[in-house]
Design a protein around this ligand. Sequence first.
Ligand code: HOZ
Length: 418
Amino acid sequence: MNTARSEALLARGQELVPGGVNSPVRAFRSVGGTPRFMAKANGARLWDVDGNEYIDFIGSWGPMLLGHRHPEILAAIEDALTIGTSFGAPTEREIELAEEIRDAVPSMEMIRLVNSGTEATMSALRVARGFTGRDLTIKFEGCYHGHVDSLLVKAGSGMATLGIADTAGVPKAFADTTLALPYNNVEALEQAFAAHGDEIACVILEPVVGNMGCVLPTPEFLGALVAETRKHGALLIFDEVMTGFRVAPGGAQSLFGVVPDLSTFGKVIGGGLPIGAYGGRKEIMRKVAPVGNVYQAGTLSGNPLAVSAGLAMLRNIRKDTGLYARLEEKAAALCAGLPSEFTVNRVGSMFTLFFTQTPVVDYETAKTSDTALFGKFFHHLLEQGVYFPPSQFEAAFLSAAHTDADIEHTRKAIASFF
Ligand code: HOZ
């Protein structure tokens, strides 16, 4: 496979941009080789600058639920261009997007739009602290909630990929506000609440983890999260940046029948443009300025392009009643082609093949994966024109644009590795 132009761009980029990339996982550091610089995308396909074509199972790390360049999303962006690209003043479309989110996710009684998932989780944490008057946060090892200072303790995603346990640059005082516990471990959760119950403002988690690879919560764990937060007056925050409108229109909370106090969104709700949102119970969200005294603001928040793309995305999701059943069918067909000697975790259209025989239920078990073998598998697929996440510790995503022929090609590519 010719990668000469990607190699040249990487060399040029590395002089100016750390690692030549604007987000670490893109650098291929854990799998080796040259990150592909992309030239264009359409549907479920990507083309790199050397003209190589790939079936895309990253989907911009989640947002492209309907595939790249969906005509109605493109039309919405074009329409937004005719009215202006940013006003720094409210618009009707922002209210419409909030209504779409609230209608699909009833726990989102009041919503604030921001520009990224990181902003959403950072702001949700602040509201939780402001509302409860407490400082401590419980998070779970291997969960990633964006690059929020206090949440980069034992985080997944790029930190897991690069083997960075705790990032430099976070003041100890910030890290000390976070208790990192093992995912799916009821005992550890109960012990933390027994020891610090009246200091804990909130518990934040990915209700289906994508950022240590795909990991599902047990019903017991979900039950304990609800019981312990209620008992001790702490808030339960579902980080649905990855799962929102991905695993179901109502997110993971609708799949599991859990009503969190606050939730965060991003990715799909922006239709491929930068956006985030946080929200939840009105009583809590009324703490946010200008109504309350928890400050949070943003020059480009509610940006007309992102809001219009997001609206088109969510309206498409709402009107296509068979969408999630089709995604489920395609993802199930693909995963049925994965080797049974390894662990496959999947919820709807997000999944991970872990190169381990151990069931993966938390970060410790995720780390039993043979990452060197994963690297070989990743490059084998790339050579066959199949673009999977370049890390064992990220989820793969399928879109509505993947055809049966794409699934068949991918199954064959996978089978030829084993
Ligand atoms: N942390 C993101 C997914 N888990 C990756 C973002 C990116 O590299 O674009």
